[in-house]
Each structure stands twice: as structure tokens, then as C-alpha cells.
Design a protein around this ligand. Sequence first.
Ligand code: ATR
Length: 282
Amino acid sequence: MDDSRETHGPKAFVTGFPVKHSRSPLIHGYWLKTLDLPGSYQAHEVAPEGFADFIVSLRSGSAGFVGGNITIPHKEMAFKLADQPDELSEELGASNTLWLKDGKILATNTDGRGFTANLDERRPGWDRHDRVVVLGAGGASRAVIQAVRDRGFKEIHVVNRTVERAQELADRFGPKVHAHPTAALAEVITGAGLFINTTSLGMDGEAAPTIDFSPMLSDAVVTDIVYVPLKTSILAQAEEQGFAIVDGLGMLLHQAVPGFEKWFGRRPVVDETLRALIIADM
Ligand code: ATR
């Protein structure tokens, strides 16, 4: 990117601790370049003890940023310290996207929108059934549960090794969400139209359980929010068993869209070149 484009125009950041593995600079840098917009997007590492000060400098304008993305471990603090978190963040208790408006920090969480936009793009009709199984009850599963509930799924079954964590999410997200121990998977998968892995099971080096997807509806979709490798062993098993699969890379790309639009004023497109760029960097 040429210097003039970087030194002029709005500046945005991604902050986390550590932040060097974040792919967000690659994504936003690609969009700035292809849309030929002035501005810059940079990784900005902030340790937990410095995060509150960083937010103060963001609000006052002294940091020089118009907004940015928040990643692990700062999403909860970002939500708490923002002046106007939206309803999505309120329910999740976490924000991943901030922007300044009239001296106030506004906040949202775009992970759920990234999840649904990825499926809309790659498997239209993915939301036609009532029953969904969500494997895992960690931080990453929250936005996914909120998204499928808001999309209209009527029965959301959260299956987790530690059933208490699944129960916490059922309590948080309302009566459509049900908690189950892993042993109940075979039962709850019956008749499901969507299966979502939100755990690290099946990532490189992680042992993945063998799952029999056959009791799902024949046109069910299986998706994973992990994207390294692109085809996790859970997705590979589902494909072998004849089910449609969607990998998690598009969720990463689509969750970045609303922030870019806020900071730089144009709605960017998730295209195959961007996908290829990220895959080449993996
Ligand atoms: P994240 O924020 O990425 O979701 P997390 O909060 O640590 O990370 O949650 C990880 C999820 O993967 C949890 O659902 C976890 O199950 P527990 O709640 O029982 O810990 C699940 N998980 C991780 N390793 C697992 C394993 N070996 N077997 C079963 N579940 C596992």
C-alpha cells in the first residue's frame, strides 16, 4: 500500500493480547486497497492492565483512531467500558467492534452476523428447519446461539462436556435453548437441520470424536466455526456421510464487514480473492 493512503484518512485498530496472530489487518488492508480508500488498519497490542487507559485515549481522540476491533481477552472489558453498547452486545456481555461518535464509544458484536452471513452466502436455505445442535458452550458459542435463535430456529440444543456451562447459556438465551451432556448427542441430533461445532475439537492436533450424523435430516448442514484447517475432522466426517458442509473462514471474513463500513464509510465485499489471501497466510 502506498504511504499517502496510509497516512491520510481514518485509522482503525485491532487490539488483543497477544494480537500478532490476528488476520484482521490482512482483511481490512485488502479492502482499503481494492476500494482505493485512504486510511489504515493496524494491530495494536494492549495488555489487560492497560486496556482501560487505552479506552480513555480512544474516547478522547488522543489515540488517533476512529474505532477498531477487539479480540481475546478484551471483549468483555470493551463491552463494560463502552458508552453505548448495542442490544446484541448487552445480551452477550461482550463487544468486538467499537467506533466513535460525538465523543462517545459505541459498541456492537458482529460475530453472530458473520456466522449467519457465511451460511447465507455458502448454503442458502440453511435456516429452513427448526432444530439445531450446537456443540460447545464456551465464549465462541454464545454469539452463534444468539444468531440462530434470532434467525428463528425453534429448538436450540447445546451439547457440552461440562453440562453446567451449557445450562448457563440456556438460562441466558431463553426457553428455546436446551442444555445437554455429551452423552445425549445421539438423541438430540435426531431430526436436526443444522449442526455447529464451536469447540476446538478437530483442529490440527486435536483428537475429534466420531460423530454419526445420519439421524439428521437428509438436507441438513454441518458447519464449524474453526477455520484452521479449513476442513476440520468434524466437517470431513459429515461430508463422508453425505451432508452439506460449510467451513468457518467466511465467518471470520463477514464479521469484519460492519466495522469496516463504520470506520471507512464503504461496505466491503467478501470475495474469493480475499478467501484465497487468508488461506495462503495459514
Ligand atoms: P472459546 O472461547 O473458543 O469457545 P472456551 O471458552 O475455552 O473457548 O470453550 C471451549 C469449548 O470447547 C468448551 O465448550 C469446551 O468444553 P468444556 O466447557 O467442557 O470445557 C470444549 N472443549 C474443549 N476441549 C474439549 C475436549 N477435549 N472435549 C470436549 N470438549 C472440549
